[in-house]
Unconditional design. Structure first.
Length: 148
């Protein structure tokens, strides 16, 4: 018989960072607390333990719409996908193409309701536009990364 899961998560060291393996919304998540054995990591661990004690850790933070999530991701992508000289790469333009399709189809809906079936519908819309298989597969991968 296997050992039952510990109800109180314990931090561990992973590549010099303190991480916490927690179950959030029925799925295992890894929360980065900060540098290993730092005061910031200890403070973050105490905050998460307090949320566990009050039962507020597993509750959703609010209903973020798909449009809000896509806008936040686009801001991140414009900062992240840069060449060493600071100029933007083509990756941002590729993300904008995916964002346009997803926003048109599911913009006002809550992001937590976007699942595999809706992703399949987005994929079907891409196929309907006459895109080749490799481009559809790349764009579906980008859509998955936006919601991850």
């Amino acid at each position: 018989m296997s050992r039952p899961r510990n109800p109180v998560p314990i931090p561990r060291c992973h590549k010099g960072r303190a991480v916490l393996d927690v179950w959030k919304h029925g799925q295992r998540r890894q929360v980065v607390l900060g540098p290993w054995k730092s005061k910031a990591a200890e403070a973050e661990y105490k905050r998460i333990l307090a949320e566990f004690a009050t039962g507020t850790f597993d509750k959703p933070a609010g209903d973020v719409t798909v449009s809000e999530l896509l806008l936040a991701f686009l801001e991140y992508a414009e900062r992240h996908y840069r060449r060493p000289d600071g100029s933007p790469t083509w990756e941002t333009a590729s993300y904008k193409t995916v964002i346009r399709i997803v926003r048109e189809m599911y913009g006002p809906e809550p992001a937590r309701e976007f699942g595999p079936r809706k992703l399949a519908a987005v994929r079907a819309a891409m196929i309907g536009q006459g895109w080749c298989r490799s481009r559809v597969n790349q764009q579906v991968g980008r859509a998955r990364r936006m919601f991850r």
